[in-house]
Design a protein around this ligand. Structure first.
Ligand code: PLP
Length: 371
């Protein structure tokens, strides 16, 4: 019982299932550039998400950079976003020559606090990039209202929200575009991979060009694009994993419910509450420790778990606004809730095949810290 438990572990199809999926590639010898697996996966994801257009990418980060680039914002324009996210969200804005303006998050589900957005809008604001963090859905209606009123684009970082629906509508369908990550650690993965979902057909065409060097047809290159194409081996992994997505989420749900049965109601432990009208994907299990009420802080729990071979993750700490590369540019005190959550949150190990015995072991260690 002294095995190490990592915070995540990629789900994989049976070896034979994957081999069957890639066998044809040895005949076709078509390995990338809109191959048959790639095109089939696009269609299957469109069906699964009920989304009009899915454009696949080599990874989620390049998907996000590409969609920002495709929207042609003026250089130096401002983008309202949150610092309680993975590096990718903020870096994508900066790498596109735009300026992140950080909005605080809400203490109950850690998504952008929509009540604070309008105060941050200036005549240089071009877009809002909110994050469905941990698969929690942002206040999409209010964000849409604000964006329409001020003529701003909305791009959702939906990296955590594959399979999540709100009022029966997939997270793919909110905003002008939504980006998904299919990284190996995500609920649905293609080893590395990502996608943009959007309604606007012209935007889809630009995305297809931008991810392939800006080449538009054999004799015309319209943009200084990059290379962000998904290859056939990635797509084949996606086709296999998509077959098992319901089972994947059901297993994660069982793990989540076991955590809840052990940890909810414990003094000093704050858990995400279910959001009304949201179908969850059980991507993460974040726990916020209130050091006074719990008896010790997040870092103590982290170390206690580590000493028993359990790797939890300080996800997200530090805030992206506190990264060394942005030193002196942002004031993390302007997002006090984000700062407090970042200093007190741990995501616990969660993956489909995590045995419930291990969940008990993890909870025992945490509850010992409490006593
Ligand atoms: C994983 C992730 C990304 C980036 O996706 P990659 O596929 O790893 O490039 C972006 N934003 C968030 C919030 C993520 O968790």
């Amino acid at each position: 019982m002294n095995d190490k438990i990592n915070v995540t572990r990629s789900s994989m199809p049976d070896f034979d299932e994957y081999c069957n999926e890639i066998r044809g590639l040895w005949n076709s010898r078509w390995l990338t550039n809109n191959g048959s697996k790639h095109n089939a996966l696009e269609k299957k994801i469109e069906e699964y998400l009920g989304a009009p257009n899915v454009t696949l990418f080599a990874n989620g980060h390049l998907a996000l950079e590409s969609v920002i680039e495709a929207m042609n914002f003026p250089a130096g324009a401002e983008v309202i976003t949150t610092p309680f996210t993975f590096a990718s969200t903020t870096h994508a804005i900066v790498r596109c020559g735009l300026k992140p303006v950080f909005c605080d998050i809400k203490p109950d589900n850690y998504t952008i606090d929509e009540r604070l957005i309008e105060k941050l809008i200036t005549d240089r604001t071009c877009a809002i990039i909110p994050v469905h963090v941990y698969g929690n859905v942002c206040h999409v209606e209010e964000i849409r209202r604000i964006a329409e009123k001020h003529s701003l684009k909305v791009i959702y970082d939906a990296a955590h929200a594959f399979g999540v629906t709100y009022k029966g509508v997939s997270a793919a369908n909110f905003g002008d575009a939504a980006m998904f990550s299919f990284h190996a650690t995500k609920v649905f993965h293609t080893i590395e991979g990502g996608a943009v979902c959007c309604r606007d057909e012209e935007l889809v065409q630009r995305l297809c060009d931008i991810k392939n060097f800006g080449i538009h047809g054999a004799e015309s290159t319209l943009y200084a694009g990059g290379n962000a194409k998904m290859n056939e081996f990635q797509a084949a992994m996606g086709i296999c994993n998509l077959r098992h997505i319901a089972e994947e989420m059901a297993k994660r749900k069982a793990v989540t419910e076991h955590y809840l049965s052990r940890l909810s109601g414990v003094k000093g432990i704050v858990l995400c509450e279910d959001q009304p009208d949201v179908r969850k994907n059980y991507a993460y299990f974040p726990v916020v420790f209130d050091p006074k009420a719990f008896g010790c802080g997040r870092d103590d729990v982290f170390l206690a778990l580590a000493s028993h071979g359990v790797c939890a993750r300080k996800y997200f700490w530090p805030l992206t606004s506190e990264f060394e590369c942005y030193h002196g540019q942002f004031d993390p005190n302007q997002t006090p809730i984000a700062r407090r959550i970042s200093e007190s949150v741990l995501t616990l190990p969660l993956y489909a095949d995590l045995p419930l015995d291990d969940v008990d072991r993890i909870c025992d260690i945490i509850l010992e810290c409490h006593q």
